[in-house]
Structure formats: C-alpha cells, structure tokens
Design a protein around this ligand. Sequence first.
Ligand code: ZN
Length: 282
Amino acid sequence: MKKWGFYLFLLLFLDLASFSIEPISVEKADGGPIDMISTCASSIKITKDNIYKGNLLLVNKDYPIPEKSVRSDIVDLRNLHEWGSGYGWLHADIRLSERVAQNFAQMVHAAEKEGVNHFMINSGYRDFKEQNKLYQEMGPDYALPPGYSEHNLGLSLDVGSSQMKMEKAPEGKWLRKNAWKYGFILRYPEDKTAITGIQYEPWHIRYVGLPHSAIMHEKNVTLEEYLTDLKEKRNITANVNGKKYAISYYPVSKTLTIKTPGHCHYEISGNNMDGVIVTTFP
Ligand SMILES: [Zn+2]
C-alpha cells in the first residue's frame, strides 16, 4: 500500500535546536530504529570504550578507527533471507553488519516496488588485512590505509547501477531521495568534498541509523558537520515518524553515569573522537 500522504509531507519546525520531520515512511514494524535498546533504564553507564563503538563513528583522515570498532555482526550478504530481486553482485564475497544488511535489503525492496531495480552491490565490509592489501596494491592516491576507510567498520557499502553511471542512474537518484528513510546517508556528496576530504562518491552509502539519517538529510549536513553541531548544541530534539527523540552529546574522559528517566529506548554511539551521543525516546 502506498502511503503518499506519509511520503510527501515533510515539515520542518526549526527553533534553536529542535526540529520535526513528520512523518516519514518506513514500511516496517513500528517500534523505532532497530538499534535502539529496549530497556526502561533510569541510568546508563558510559565508559571510554563507548567512544569507539556505534553507528555514528566518524572515520576520516584525522580519525581512523581502532580494530575494536569493527561491528561484531559481520555476515556474508548472500546468507540473508530478506533479499528479493532488483540487484546484482559484483563479486561473490560481500560482507556487512547483519543489522545494516537487513535495512539495506528493505531499502532495495522498496526501490524495486517503485521500479528501480538495477542495483549493483560492489563492495561492503573489508577487514584491516584486506584494506592493507588494497592500499599496498593501489597506493595512497587510490586507497586508504587500514582503519581509515569506512568500509573497515561494516557500516558502509558501495552500490552502483548495472545500467549506467550512478550519478545519472535512477538507482542513484532514488538513493539520494530515499536512503535516509532506512538509516543511510550518502557519505560523500558532491557539494561537501571540502568537508569530507573525499571526492564525490554517489555510490558510497553509510549507515548511521534513524533519527540521525533523517536529520542529516533534512539539514543537508555531512557526518562531520552533524557531529560538530551536536557537540556545540549538546542537546537536540527531533520528531521523526511521530516519535520525539532526544539526542545528547557527552564528552567522555572517565566513566560516566547518565540519567535517562522515563526513556525505555536508547542508543549509545561514540563519535570516535572524544565522546558519545545518547539517543532516547520514551
Ligand atoms: Zn565506498
């Protein structure tokens, strides 16, 4: 069933640090983003380790990831059952975080229903050894050293079109418009190369999860800009899909206890720099 009213209606209520995107269409069971932990905890303990784990880790030339940041749920994509048709594989061995792969499968499925069905999955997770091999073979102009590539996390993948170049393809257009609904961002946009330090890559998508992907899409900001903004504002709220999220940044230099009264769903992610982002909804 098409829910055009839901699809087309984006409202932005801006005040200093809150806004509303309402409602978005996500055709999955309600209950919020799948990474949210459902426990009615009144407080959360945060350690320095949390800085290096989660969906919002920044990975760039200044902030490489340690190996402990790699997702623990890496799977071979072909082993998942959610796949329909509408896509192909460049090679047989493509891996990704299982959670992220589920969202990706839902996304491809939704695109297929709209007649966009020539996705080509080119690359997913690469371990540090594979990244090093690539770096040695291709050199610093074409590859990044281990830990400096988002592909080393398990949250990113390169998706092309089997028909034409991604910047012109319906698949690329569809992703630019819709990927955020499934928790993904286009990590290296054309107009943000000065900020990301990476050339325009219309094929590289990165999972950050909702509500963050919705906010970043609406504000047209990169992960770098979003994390900087959170650090400055400390607290923002966002209404996405009828749910009010509170998103807070905490610097972490020692173990912290954060009070979360009345919040039964929360997600903690480090920023891979100096702190954590805690996202809650009641
Ligand atoms: Zn990539």
